[in-house]
Design a protein around this ligand. Sequence first.
Ligand code: SF4
Length: 445
Amino acid sequence: MVSKTESGESKLKGLSGAVDRLLGEVDSGVAHVLDRALAGEDISVEEGTSLLEAQGSANMNAIVLAADDLRRRTVGDVVTYIINRNINFTNVCIKHCTFCAFSRSHREEEAYYLPVEEIVRRAREAWELGATEVCIQAGLPPKMKGDYYLELTRAIKKELPEIHIHGFSPEEVLYGAIRSRCTIREYLVGLKDAGVGTLPGTSAEVLDQEVRDLISPGRITKDQWVEVVTTAHELGIRTTSTIMYGHVESARHVAAHLGLLRDIQKQTGGFTEFVPLGFVHTEAPMYGKSLVENVRPGATGAEVLKTYAVSRLMLNNWIPNLQVSWVKEGPKLSQILLNAGGNDFMGTLMNESISTSAGATYGQCMKPREMRRLIRDAGRIPAERTTTYGIRRQFGPEEDDHHDPLDLIEGEAEETFGSYARLSHSPDYKFRDRYEIPLTPVSKG
Ligand code: SF4
């Protein structure tokens, strides 16, 4: 689509002269990389870096157009979403990642813990409203029983055998293995046997050890993260993949992260999707308390667009699903990101605590009908999917739409599902009242 003329100018083939003139301003180096990507080649980390560093609106527009073209040719115009519920069952955590505004020490007033029966109740409520997946992630409570995640999984599966459990980040898998004194592989086998379907590929942040040591010392290392996901893939447990960007990382870090994920995918084929997650700075200690030098207050709009577009351009041949995050970027920018390589609109969530606690203001739940409205208005075709991207239902024009059970709940979703603020202030779920260290449920009758 983008080509270089003999004079070194770039142009869009077959489009109007006005667009040609616009593309004439694209740097020849950028045009060359886009040509390679559009020809179906894998662009290198160096080339990805050069796209992320490219300045000016003509370069940005060309990068976004190329990503959109590649998306259309690879996955077509369908935009998927999932009906799911997040259950962040505790904010108590032994780690101190400086970007995290969610975690609390077990003695703090706002430290909460949902008992197993409440987690199961929430899963059942979601299932009855049409959810096919629960996403279970939380802090790392001190001295947790090693097989706690297995017990929790079994309890949900006993009640709801068909629900898909998308649960336990690589950090949690590592913690479970350490607490159980077993290997990562043994722990993953245990999770799979208990009924975990897929793992969230969170706790990746930026897969560069120097960056990790700066923003989250003591967190799962890059090598451990890679070990957990590749072992999971070997065992037939697929995972998502993510990046958290917009803080201290450079363009080179982002491109190298994408290159590493691509290499893993070539080896295992186990990633279902890639999700760029913009850093939410508002309440993050590393920004507010200046714990880390030179932290940016999140990505700018242009940076978000380029990050999505370059993700599509680098990963397209290997990870075709690129998810837009309405929780981080808001529904309106997320809709625009569908034109920058995105083909998935994430999930309904019903509850969200981690981004909300960091200061994200886009709510905790998006109803399916609203997702379909945004997708259609971007000129695309909505479809509900399973966790592993099987299509459950593809939708036609708006006049043929219907209401899902989740669309029919009245008032704000918060009134039905509760909110992070209520959870962290509720006397019902105070960690210090309900649990003892080492972690053992205290019967409250
Ligand atoms: S990011 Fe996760 S591991 Fe790190 S402090 Fe927050 S809850 Fe704990």
